[in-house]
Design a protein around this ligand. Sequence first.
Ligand SMILES: Nc1ncnc2c1ncn2[C@@H]1O[C@H](COP(=O)(O)OP(=O)(O)OP(=O)(O)O)[C@@H](O)[C@H]1O
Ligand SMILES: [Mg+2]
Length: 327
Amino acid sequence: MLRGSGTHLGGAANVIEIESLTKRYGDAVAVDDLSLCAKPGEITGLLGPNGAGKSSTIACVSGLRAPDAGRVRVLGHDVHHERRRALEQLGVVPQELALYDELSARENLEYWGAAYGLRGRVLRERAAAVLEQLGLAERADERITSFSGGMQRRLNFGCALLHTPRVLVLDEPTVGVDPQSRVRLLELVRQAADAGAAVLYTTHQMQEAEELCDRLAIVDHGKLIAFGTLPELQSRLGGRDILGLSGRFDPPSARAALEGLRETLGDFALNTLDAHALQLAVRDGARVLAQVLAALEAAGNEVREASLRQPSLESLFLALTGKELRE
Ligand SMILES: Nc1ncnc2c1ncn2[C@@H]1O[C@H](COP(=O)(O)OP(=O)(O)OP(=O)(O)O)[C@@H](O)[C@H]1O
Ligand SMILES: [Mg+2]
């Protein structure tokens, strides 16, 4: 496994501590010995493809499901054993909308505020402040069935803010959101972190993770495969580009041709090589492309398509797992 230089476990500064978390559904392991932490004032991304175990992790953080092994602490309190204390400072934005169609925006907020223990004037004032913050004050008393998907998503987020939690957990909050609402939502998430909250932000979108997150945990099949800041993660690729080729390859001769170029290519990694595809992580991809193609052709391989990508989260994911994230 790969880790950034930051502390991985424990430490007083960590507001969310997930330690060797395992969650099973019957025989299927959804979260597999996963450890990570989130700090105040930072957005920690949980990035992974469909079925990677993101929502299952969030469910254990928010006390919705009990871990099969390991534990989760929020502000030092074990979510399972000291549930009330752990959860009182936590705001959760679920992947599915948790709103009532028959209520207005304000009523939805007041409903959730009451669930978080707010009453009377404080509840009304907080609901009004959150409506302002969400940019929904003018539509506050309309039933939410008249709202766009993006407005409903914003409101869904606002429901977690009423009790001004120090810890926020968001599960894919921008899915199905129009671009304008998306920008607004991401700004709201950033504001919450700037105000000092520790934010755990789940997404399958690399671009969003790159833009938004201070630190990233990349998960696949329930396992943590990388954790660190974006520069830390990118440095794991050693500044290499990803060169992808498709065509007809004879793997032994293709491998030999590349080995023959080692002096030119330097420290390269062959991520994929089969009869139809070849993928190489290599420095200065553009400079060496012509030589790679010539050497492969000379060895009897046929290249039909070539693509070159800069190191990015996508190439990191590809290099670590051998597959692409869904879009
Ligand atoms: N209630 C459940 N019962 C059985 N299996 C489940 C249940 N919930 C999730 N799973 C399985 O656990 C694995 C992880 O699912 P999870 O929902 O945590 O992934 P995810 O990363 O949130 O995916 P997505 O991006 O689709 O939301 C998947 O294989 C899923 O099919
Ligand atoms: Mg999910």
